[in-house]
Ligand binder design. Structure first.
Ligand SMILES: Cc1cc2nc3c(=O)[nH]c(=O)nc-3n(C[C@H](O)[C@H](O)[C@H](O)COP(=O)(O)OP(=O)(O)OC[C@H]3O[C@@H](n4cnc5c(N)ncnc54)[C@H](O)[C@@H]3O)c2cc1C
Length: 371
């Protein structure tokens, strides 16, 4: 027998969990399908911009109780040995996805969201109604679906090949709790910052063809990352806490629609900003808020095209410029000549780095209004 719901959310990462909690708090029946169990480690830099802090707290998340690091300083280091320091305009906090996603999952369940650990195999739309099917043959019917299945899923009709892969591990290391560093190396860049309990996250993005000649992440780190003196110093003392580093490939930064086949797309499903900007999680959470607000309005007027237009406009207004700025910053850091021009100019123009950071971030997001 199919289950009936007001809203089905496909994917229980940050975007899916946030949208589910927000909508459940508005009194809607929300069904969330996530293919993995909680908690899980994820490949992510785990620095989250303070812009989402008041909003997450208004949904009931007690961020302080998760013991995050508080991050207010930025350091850029290059493999030619240059370093630039800058304050972070809004700052952020460091928290592992293992801990953050799990806390949101518990909040979602407490808010009345029905969470199923099942993989969605198809989403069909007909006669103004969705039917969502899972590989375990569960069927949920609802007038609305949010797709929050992340940057790569078999459900995505927009799948594109990408040359980028990423590797992440946690370390025991001496690294300042208020600092996030971004370090270039030949073929990629690496972010380092503290998460909870003094644990240090190091996560890097690299072209697959650059990584291929090396057998393991450890060998790649040893041979290539250490060409940057700052990374050499970090990795020669850091003690890995994972048995094996986590890796993902095919990370695409292609533009995607905010609505497709009447499905509202949130988080990375609608577009991923380059990780060096450190804003993907805030964007995922913010897009979930935009979708939840548009859906709340929809239940007043019941006009599907108004819902889709309202959400698409809000998404474009918030994120289009950030994605474009992220692509420019990525290009600069990929070109050694442009990077060295940046590191020469930046000390002469003290506001330059904060200005660049502001282009890829948003202002504080207003707390949720819960009826
Ligand atoms: C290398 C790297 C470093 C990054 N560093 C940072 C950083 O420091 N700061 C920052 O703000 N952002 C960072 N990001 C971006 C950030 O990780 C993402 O923007 C964020 O995770 C997006 O959340 P999401 O909910 O859209 O997707 P996800 O968190 O990926 O969640 C999607 C969920 O959908 C589930 N799913 C997929 N398919 C199905 C299916 N068919 N059925 C059911 N469930 C399904 C998946 O299991 C997953 O749990 C980084 C990204 C990368 C690649």
């Amino acid at each position: 027998m199919p289950v009936r719901s007001d809203i089905v959310v496909v994917g229980g990462g940050l975007a899916g969990l946030t949208a589910s909690i927000h909508l459940a708090r508005q009194g809607f029946q929300v069904d969330l399908l996530e293919k993995h169990s909680y908690p899980q480690h994820k490949v992510c830099g785990e620095y989250i911009s303070n812009e989402v802090r008041p909003y997450l707290e208004s949904l009931g998340l007690d961020i302080q109780s998760l013991h995050p690091s508080e991050i207010s300083r930025f350091l850029l280091t290059t493999h030619s040995g240059t370093q630039i320091k800058s304050p972070l305009p809004l700052g952020g906090f460091g928290i592992s996805r293992y801990r953050l996603d799990y806390a949101l999952y518990e909040l979602a369940r407490a808010a009345g969201v029905r969470v199923y650990q099942q993989q969605v195999s198809s989403i069909q739309f007909s006669s103004n109604e969705f039917s969502v099917l899972t590989t375990q043959e569960r069927e949920i019917q609802a007038p609305l679906v949010i797709a929050a299945y992340g940057k790569r899923s078999s459900l995505d009709t927009q799948l594109q090949q990408s040359p980028w892969m990423a590797i992440k591990s946690h370390y025991q290391a001496d690294f300042p709790s208020d600092l996030i560093s971004l370090s270039t190396f030949p073929g990629g860049y690496c972010g380092i910052s503290q998460v909870e309990e003094g644990i240090v996250n190091a996560c890097y993005l690299v072209k697959t063809e650059t990584f291929k000649p090396y057998r393991t992440a450890e060998e790649f780190t040893w041979e290539v990352l250490r060409k940057n003196p700052f990374l050499k110093s970090f990795f020669s003392k850091a003690i890995p806490l994972f048995e094996k580093a986590l890796a993902i490939s095919q990370i695409s930064f292609a533009a995607k629609p905010a609505v497709e086949n009447h499905i509202l797309r949130c988080g990375d499903t609608a577009g991923l900003i380059h990780p060096l900007c450190g804003n993907g999680m805030a964007m995922a959470i913010h897009s979930a808020k935009l979708a939840a607000e548009a859906i709340t309005n929809y239940y007043q007027h019941k006009n599907r095209s108004t819902l889709e237009n309202e959400y698409t406009k809000a998404w474009n207004r918030q994120f289009n410029l950030r994605l474009k700025a992220g692509r420019v910053v990525q290009r600069v850091l990929q070109q050694p000549s442009l990077t060295s021009a940046l590191v020469k100019v930046a000390p002469m123009v003290p506001g330059l780095i904060p200005l660049v950071i502001r282009q890829t971030h948003g202002p504080l997001i207003q707390p949720a209004y819960v009826a």
